[in-house]
Ligand binder design. Sequence first.
Ligand code: IPM
Ligand code: MN
Length: 357
Amino acid sequence: MELKIAILPGDGIGPEVIAQAVKAVEAVCRRFGHTLSSASAPVGACAIDEFGDPFPESTFSLCSRSDAVLFGAVGDPRYDNDPSAPVRPEQGLLQMRSRLGLYANIRPVRTWPSLLDRSPLRAEIARDVDFVCVRELTGGMYFGEKGRRDGSDTAYDTNVYSRSEVQRILDYAFRLARMRGHHLTVVDKANVLETSRLWRQVAMEMEKSYPDVHTDYMYVDNAAMRLVCDPRFFDVLVTENTFGDILTDEASCIPGSMGLLASASVGGRTAVYEPIHGSYPQAAGKNTANPMAAILSAAMMFEYTFGLSGEAEAIRSAVALCLENGVVTSDLAAGENACSTSDVGDCVAEYIMKGTI
Ligand code: IPM
Ligand code: MN
């Protein structure tokens, strides 16, 4: 198969971790006989530097022409403490999501037996955690009307959802639950927010069409607690954009490092695969960042975009073997035992080629 992939490394550690994901994709192509045809484009702060635009038209056009996008991270400390910056790197990511119609963000959370002692949770709580967060990605406060009034000393962000936006993400989540453990948790704040009441109303109507899925409803504050007290409760968790952003950062700690969490953003013709961590500017260029999240995002790409689950599994097994063998970066290994970003990438590629499954 020919794989047309747009590579958007972005800022900070993005280029380093994406280079390892590309190595894994190349190894899969060699082992399974696929052809990779890839092209890179700038996004985020590096695109602002080059084009004055965090998501230039040429980058959008490359994405639209590709089957899938491998995305690193965006962000730059130059913008962090400057609320008046007219353009920001993060806008590149938000524009990409919106323009490519990526309304569903899929963030699987699992633990690895070999890393249970790295989890901030006790091993008996972290063991066998395996759930998927489905985060709505193109609505809510992120995209609602926002601004300043009263001489700019009052600010607002509007949380808006239409029935059709709610329906399409819930439909995705119900179907995913059907393919997994048949348990869907709808997370909202329906005791306070009108948007949440609409979500709950629509979910309760749709629930009837999925009698094989056990559906429950949970307030977001309670879900935040449940994620750390009893994460095995969850199978598929669906929620709106802002709640999903916060809960998935929380959930990302469970396996032991945020550097292990992959994601897929789907809904349009071209899906985007990205690690859930950010650009981590302090580590940029040091060859120390954990590339596993980017590599596992490439595994999701094989499965979701190309329907090649054997190829996805080859990557996941290679990652699991590295973790078992202690081939890990400093977020997971102590001092001298830590491997570099590129060493981990080389080892994953080697295991893929050798065929660990
Ligand atoms: C994420 C990130 C983004 C978000 C930022 C960088 C805009 O935190 O992908 O979770 O808030 O969606
Ligand atoms: Mn986030």
